[in-house]
Design a protein around this ligand. Structure first.
Ligand SMILES: [Zn+2]
Length: 302
């Protein structure tokens, strides 16, 4: 009797630890509605008006253990990219998506490798962008907004939502958002809404309150769905898995809405099977970005 109790207690502890730190399944159930057809309608534009290319500006790279990414009992490190996407139009117009991280954020907060030339490229791309969007208000997506050297230049292009604007002070130098970023007018994308020809945005809270999903269609017809951090890796979408509770509860402040993120991953899993030509882009999947650049679907920043 005692002997079985002696074994049962550590077994229960191990089971709890697994449930807490590793378990990553996404239950069957009602999937989230990304309103993909309404995003397509909102983004619609003649081919000649749509963007011609998306280039990747990678300012840094880090690594996360597989279990933290939601790959289950896989402890091998996974490459995590910190990148912005520059959506380019034929007339030199552009929309910039994500304002990820400067040297301090990449090296000190994320423990990654920083690429200064790419960071200079990001700052310059923000200077000339006609619109700047971020998928959400985490530091590795938005922190270059309040840290940009020319806030007055980027302010007119920023299309941030209320939760995103509310997050700016925590990433600003000394906690003070520089003028004129301290009086931005908030945008809402509570229904699919066009921001430029071929680009439409929908608020998809879950990972954070201010999380957006961004749909892009290029002139050649190729479609992309930029999902930010709903999943960190395409393998999560393919296998319908999400980050374990330990990440969703302890790592994110405030914590993720686990149920909503699960429903979103479930929906993206179904969407990826139903529409294999629609390219779903998690923000941090370095391997996927490299593959798409090798295939010429995404472009290197130069
Ligand atoms: Zn995030």
């Amino acid at each position: 009797m005692r002997r079985s109790l002696f074994l049962a207690v550590p077994a229960a502890v191990l089971a709890f630890l697994y449930w807490w730190a590793i378990e990553n399944s996404v239950p069957e159930g009602p999937a989230y509605d990304f309103q993909i057809e309404r995003l397509r309608e909102a983004a619609e534009a003649p081919a000649g008006d749509r963007p011609i290319a998306i280039s990747v500006i990678e300012v840094g790279r880090g690594r996360a253990p597989g279990f933290a990414v939601g790959l289950g009992l896989d402890f091998a490190p996974v490459d995590m990219t910190f990148s912005a996407f520059r959506v380019a139009y034929p007339d030199d117009a552009s929309v910039l998506i994500e304002a990820p991280a400067d040297r301090q954020v990449v090296e000190e907060e994320l423990g990654g490798d920083f690429y200064p030339e790419q960071y200079a490229r990001l700052v310059q791309a923000m200077d000339v962008a006609d619109a700047i969007l971020v998928t959400h208000e985490h530091l590795d997506h938005i922190s270059v907004v309040p840290r940009h050297p020319r806030p007055e230049v980027i302010a007119p292009a920023l299309r941030l939502t209320p939760p995103q604007i509310a997050a700016l002070p925590q990433f600003a130098p000394n906690g003070v958002v520089p003028e004129p970023l301290d009086r931005l007018i908030a945008e809402r994308f509570d229904k699919p809404r066009k921001v430029a020809p071929g680009i439409a945005v929908l608020e998809t809270p879950g990972h954070t309150e201010g999380s957006l999903t961004i749909y892009v269609q290029l002139a050649d017809g190729q479609e992309f769905l930029m999902i930010g951090d709903i999943a960190w890796n395409m393998r999560n979408i393919e296998k319908a898995t999400t980050r374990p509770r330990i990440m969703q509860t302890l790592f994110f402040d405030p914590p993720e809405d686990r149920r909503t993120v699960q429903a979103q991953v479930r929906a993206l899993h179904e969407l990826s099977k139903a529409e294999p030509d629609l390219l779903i882009l998690p923000a941090h999947d370095a391997a996927q970005q490299e593959l798409l650049m090798r295939r010429g679907v995404l472009q290197p920043a130069g």
